[in-house]
Design a protein. Structure first.
Length: 530
């Protein structure tokens, strides 16, 4: 056995798991498993995992010890998990919630491991039942603030240059008192400041309207105004998650809301200013074939067919639902493609996200389920590129026979492959490392946007189109809080397969564009507005 560098004690089992494997000369295999002409760390890992395992449970090695434990009997179901570089050191950190104890803020050490942040106590909310959480720069000062929804008044923490957090919930006016499930941020009026949608749920009082959802407008001075009256609610919605997404590609942010059964989902088309100082939203779910009435919970938004518009998948307590956006085909109607796509799956579904886990240019899909039965455990679907998906869950590394709820995506070790932060009930929080860099030659590009001027600092709502050497057009929109209770790292990850890049075009939220020609692959490209 050779040892070319120091490796943490837990690494002899899986030397790559904490980020050291890229350069480690730690060999424990005597067989050239991947037939590359040498015996190295990849042979050890592949020999231990098998080439079919996509994700490795790096939780213990990464130094993470967190668990979401609901109050029994379970009445508040949501979990919170969000990625964000709170101290600006270039390595993405994460925050997880807990209903029966302190929430956790973990600092990324830059070597594949995490430590509890020294300012963790300032955001712990130990005596509060917390749900979803989002890192977001609401005041455009360049620092990631933290919004936590609770069973009761929600909490907004202002980030003081990465050194501390201050609770500004009451001062800001977003201490919404409902039964908070998820928070979603987006600049619906294009003024350069992020607005907030809070999804609330409460059934036990027999009066859902007692805790309505709330839409808050950012006043640009650290305060918000409740403008929920802009939205027409046909019923007392039991909200789980809303997404700010430009479904009709007209340049502004519409709102799609998932609701629990028996109410139908809602879709508010953003129709802009009324010319009198107000704003107009029109509820169009029924006329756009998006008013599905199921027990909808987790929302995945992405361009799975690479046609340039955003498609919608959402989980259900029962068969999941997949809606294909037809805007690029000249229709405002969504087409229900659950069965033809191969995504019909009957389970108690929760979190869901599109992401290209193998960097082959096609968005894949993950679904978390609240089931211990392996037959209906969490799912990983591989996009075959022909409008269909293959279930590759078995031995993928995403199934734990546990009650999984929400998850959030990030490339926490900056190797170009997206990893998963998975939250479960009564089970440890998991960090799942993507092993793709060991097995694949697929190339990638990560785009980090920095807003300015009339574009919010996080560039939420901006759209990026990557044209590749094969002629593929890959389109992604940056969001802050679509998957239930979650927020991904604010980096857009594009898988390229074997392609090079012809151009990268940013469509800023103010209608302007910026194009970068022929950037190199396998890099994190920072594009600033100014």
């Amino acid at each position: 056995m050779q040892l070319g560098m120091w490796i943490p004690n837990c690494l002899p089992r899986f030397p790559f798991s904490c980020g050291y494997w890229q350069n480690a000369a730690f060999y424990q295999s005597s067989v050239d498993v991947n037939n590359d002409g040498s015996i190295d760390v990849r042979d050890y890992v592949l020999g231990g995992l098998g080439s079919t395992q996509t994700f490795f449970d790096a939780t213990e090695c990464a130094g993470i010890n967190a668990q979401y434990t609901p109050i029994s009997p379970v009445q508040y179901w949501i979990t919170g998990q969000t990625w964000g570089d709170y101290d600006g050191d270039g390595w993405v950190d994460f925050y997880v919630t807990n209903a029966s104890g302190p929430n956790g803020l973990y600092h990324n050490q830059g070597d594949g491991t995490f430590l509890m942040s020294p300012i963790q106590g300032q955001v712990a909310l130990a005596a509060i039942q917390s749900g979803g959480a989002v890192f977001v720069d609401y005041d455009n000062d360049g620092w990631q603030d933290l919004y936590v929804v609770n069973k009761g008044a929600n909490t907004l923490f202002h980030n003081n240059a990465g050194l501390s957090f201050t609770d500004v919930s009451v001062l800001s006016g977003v201490d919404d008192p409902g039964v908070g499930e998820s928070a979603t941020w987006g600049d619906y009026d294009g003024d350069g400041y992020l607005d907030l949608y809070v999804a609330n749920w409460e059934r036990t009082l027999g009066n859902p309207a007692a805790y309505p959802d709330a839409l808050f407008h950012n006043n640009q001075d650290g305060t918000f105004t409740n403008v929920t009256s802009l939205l027409t609610f046909e019923t007392g919605y039991l909200g789980f998650i809303a997404g700010f997404v430009d479904v009709d590609k007209d340049g502004d942010q519409d709102i799609y809301l998932l609701t629990d059964c028996p109410e139908p989902n809602a879709l508010w088309r953003n129709d802009g200013s009324d010319g009198l100082g107000g704003w107009v939203f029109t509820e169009v779910a029924a006329s756009w074939n998006a008013d599905v009435a199921v027990c909808a919970m987790g929302l995945a938004v992405g361009d799975y067919d690479n046609d340039g518009d955003q498609d919608l998948y959402f989980s259900n307590r029962g068969p999941q639902v997949f809606l294909q956006n037809q805007v690029e085909q000249g229709s405002s109607l969504f087409s229900e493609e659950t069965i033809p796509s191969g995504l019909l799956f009957d389970a108690f579904g929760w979190g869901a996200s599109f992401f290209d886990y193998d960097n082959d240019r096609h968005l894949d899909l993950m679904l978390a389920t609240y089931d211990e039965n392996p037959i209906i455990d969490s799912r990983l679907y591989h996009n075959l590129g022909d409008g269909t998906f293959a279930d590759v869950s078995l031995n993928s590394g995403v199934q734990f026979g546990a009650k999984s709820f929400g998850f959030a995506l990030a490339d926490y070790d900056k190797d170009g492959w997206q990893d998963i932060l998975l939250n479960q009930h009564f089970s440890p929080v998991k960090v799942l490392k993507n092993t793709g860099a060991l097995e694949s030659v697929n190339q990638w590009l990560q785009v980090q946007l920095v807003g300015g001027g009339s574009v919010n600092r996080d560039a939420i709502g901006c759209r990026v189109v990557v044209q590749t050497s094969s002629g593929a057009l890959l389109t992604k929109q940056l969001s802050a809080g679509c998957n239930i209770g979650s927020c991904d790292e604010k980096i857009l990850n594009f898988g390229l397969a074997g392609d090079t890049i012809t151009s990268v075009t940013v469509h800023w939220t103010d209608g302007t564009t910026k194009t970068i020609l022929s950037p190199s692959t396998n890099q994190r490209l920072v594009i600033a507005y100014l």
